[in-house]
Structure formats: structure tokens, C-alpha cells
Design a protein around this ligand. Structure first.
Ligand SMILES: [Zn+2]
Length: 188
């Protein structure tokens, strides 16, 4: 079962998340701030990081994610936030944050996000999702963009064009009343 590191500076919240995820069978450690998280992660080696964006200490959630990725390149991060602004989404996309959990969220949303993150972290190297499709070409240089899965849009996954370095983000856009269409958007 996957190992999950929870970083949140509110003690009640932290213990709630821990008991919820422990009940799902995950091995869970918690940290009250980014410095402690980085210390803990050295020995614990989490597969999934669940971090609050707004940490009272000097490091916020995305910084924790970026620091940990140096030693744990396959770490999959879920960011908890009350206010997912456009700027925060752009920063998170650049840091390859896997998913957002918007406060307040239901227990099921957390379970679902962590399950998807753990599955994603455990995917075989080079695995191609059968749902993956090529969405388009780089608007700057015309190089075909990589295969995308609907989940990439959900996660706001971003990448740079291999040829010119233009950066793109996968988005799910409304397409009819009940449909979403996977698309790409250039990041400034
Ligand atoms: Zn290009």
C-alpha cells in the first residue's frame, strides 16, 4: 500500500486526514510544517504528498513539493487550498502538482484523490493510457504535442514543447451541457 505524507499546520485537520487515510490502508505520516516534512520524508520516502498550500511557516505547499522532488522524483502531490487562484494554478502546474483539493472537501473527495495519485505513482514506466489522444500542435512551431489523457486536464498537467519550449497546460473545457472536452492552452 502506498505511503502518504500529510503536511498541515492545523493539528485537528492533520489527525482527521491521518485517521481517514489510515482507515483506507495507507501508511501515513504527518508533519506540521515544511521543514519537518522534508526531514520526515528522508526516512519515510512517501509516494504521495498531501500538503496544505497555506502553511504558517516559511515554506508553503508548492515549495515543500519542489524540495521533496529532488530526493523523491516520483512523488505525486495533492495540494489543499481554500482559494485556487489562477496564479496558484499556474504555479502548481509548473511544479507538476497532480491535483487540487478545494476546502471544504468531503472525505470521499480526499479518498478518491489519494487513490488516483497512488495509482498514478505506481503506473508502469512508459505505460500508455488507452484513453490517451493527441490533441494538437504547438501554436509557435507546429510540433505535435504529446499524447494526453483526460486525467491530464483534470490535473492541469503542463509541459514544454520539445522543439521551441513554449509551455502548455491541459484543460478540460465544457463541450455541451454535460460534456467536457480535453484541450490545451498556452501558458504565458
Ligand atoms: Zn513549439
Amino acid at each position: 500500500m502506498a505511503k502518504v505524507l500529510v503536511v498541515d499546520d492545523e493539528p485537528d485537520y492533520r489527525s482527521q486526514l491521518k485517521s481517514l487515510l489510515t482507515a483506507e490502508g495507507y501508511q501515513v505520516e504527518t508533519a506540521e510544517d515544511g521543514v519537518r516534512a522534508i526531514e520526515l520524508a528522508r526516512a519515510f520516502r512517501p509516494d504521495v504528498l498531501v500538503a496544505d498550500w497555506m502553511l504558517r511557516s516559511s515554506r508553503h505547499g508548492i515549495q515543500v513539493c519542489e524540495s521533496l522532488r529532488h530526493t523523491l522524483p516520483s512523488l505525486v502531490t495533492i495540494l489543499i487550498t481554500g482559494y485556487p487562484t489562477e496564479q496558484l494554478r499556474a504555479d502548481a502546474a509548473r511544479a507538476a502538482v497532480f491535483a487540487f483539493l478545494e476546502k471544504p472537501f468531503e472525505a470521499d473527495e480526499l479518498r478518491d484523490a489519494v487513490r488516483r495519485a497512488a495509482d498514478y505513482g505506481a503506473r508502469p514506466a512508459g505505460a500508455v493510457d488507452p484513453a490517451a489522444r493527441r490533441i494538437g500542435h504547438c501554436s509557435e512551431c507546429g510540433t505535435p504535442l504529446p499524447l494526453l489523457r483526460p486525467a491530464d486536464g483534470e490535473m492541469g498537467q503542463s509541459w514544454a514543447c520539445a522543439f521551441c519550449g513554449n509551455t502548455y497546460r491541459a484543460v478540460l473545457e465544457p463541450d455541451g451541457p454535460n460534456e467536457l472536452r480535453l484541450n490545451v492552452r498556452a501558458i504565458d
